[in-house]
Design a protein around this ligand. Structure first.
Ligand SMILES: [Zn+2]
Length: 309
């Protein structure tokens, strides 16, 4: 059981360290008669996930569902590889994600944009899932795990096909990247705004929806969980608003994208040092700094499309 940490009743975080993968998201198991793996990370993680699942209460046969919150490389890049290793499991994704699971060619193109042309060397390949292994999930659908259910909550914005899952037994909610990245060491929440362009309005609608559902625990794919749900949901709104304000005002003032990215980074470095004055800032900036330029470019495209820039 050393690979598993139970973080709520029957919800396990799968633990392993992979030096090769520079970006990771957490992987969770919701145990039931028909259990669900939530998130897969990139393909390079699949063998370690299988090893951890072998030690889980239901073993490999206890996994009936593989559910990525969305298909970005660090969340669902390994869906195809894990599906091959778990032939009895059904891949559940939002209906808008299904065609990319079956034919990942466009997904591979956008992954190259976000993670570089040689992403496969670090993260493993994105491989297709056979159509008969896939179940398209609609908003409001319930996945019956036997003894508990997972409600599918459609929260586009970060990605057009992003979904969250609310567990009926614990009222814990898997929020993927809808609220941003939570850095448990500092308690800091930072926005997650990837390329290509995000939908900022949809992100706020998604956050409001999570707030209305009033979960008892938030389970982040990056990088932890917290029962401090009300504060973190408000913080997610504040962070998203502050970040877009900083970027819009700098670009409108003629600043470069690099300058806007540096300002965003400085904003969160300052917040991190306030939350954890003793903590080395490298701990924060190392985890997130590399993504700030993409964040600026994604917001730039969003603002341009709406004639705000
Ligand atoms: Zn993502």
């Amino acid at each position: 059981m050393s690979h598993l940490t139970e973080i709520a009743d029957g919800i396990y975080q799968l633990r392993f360290t992979l030096d090769q993968a520079r970006f990771q998201s957490r992987v969770y198991l919701v145990a039931g008669n028909r259990g669900a793996v939530v998130e897969t990370g990139p393909a390079i993680m699949a063998p370690s996930i299988v090893e951890a699942l072998r030690a889980s209460p239901g073993g490999l046969d206890g996994v009936a569902f593989i559910v990525p919150t969305h298909l970005h490389l660090d969340h669902g890049g390994g869906v195809g590889a894990l599906a091959q290793a778990l032939p009895g499991a059904t891949v559940v994704a939002h209906e808008r994600a299904i065609r990319h699971l079956i034919d990942p060619s466009r997904l591979i193109d956008s992954t190259r944009m976000a993670f570089g042309h040689r992403f496969e060397e670090h993260y493993g390949p994105i491989v297709p899932v056979a159509p008969e292994r896939v179940h398209p999930a609609a908003d409001g659908e319930m996945l019956d795990l036997g003894g508990r259910k997972l409600d599918v909550v459609y929260t586009p914005g970060h990605a057009p096909h992003h979904l969250c899952l609310l567990d009926s037994r614990t009222r814990a909610m898997f929020v993927g990247e809808s609220l941003g990245h939570y850095l448990p060491d500092t308690g800091l929440l930072v926005p997650s705004i990837p390329l290509p362009m995000v939908d900022l309005k949809a992100i706020f609608r998604g956050i409001n929806r999570i707030q209305r559902l009033n979960p008892d625990m938030l389970i982040f794919s990056q990088f932890g969980h917290s029962p401090d749900t009300e504060r973190l949901i408000l913080e997610a709104k504040r962070a998203m608003a502050a970040t877009s304000r900083i970027v819009l005002s700098r670009l409108r003032g003629g600043g470069s994208e690099q300058e806007a990215a540096a300002l965003v980074l400085a904003h969160y470095a300052e917040r991190a040092s306030r939350l954890d004055p003793q903590g080395p800032l490298t701990r924060f900036s190392g985890a997130w700094a590399g993504t700030t330029l993409q964040l600026v470019q994604s917001l730039r495209d969003y603002f341009r499309k709406r004639d705000l820039l």
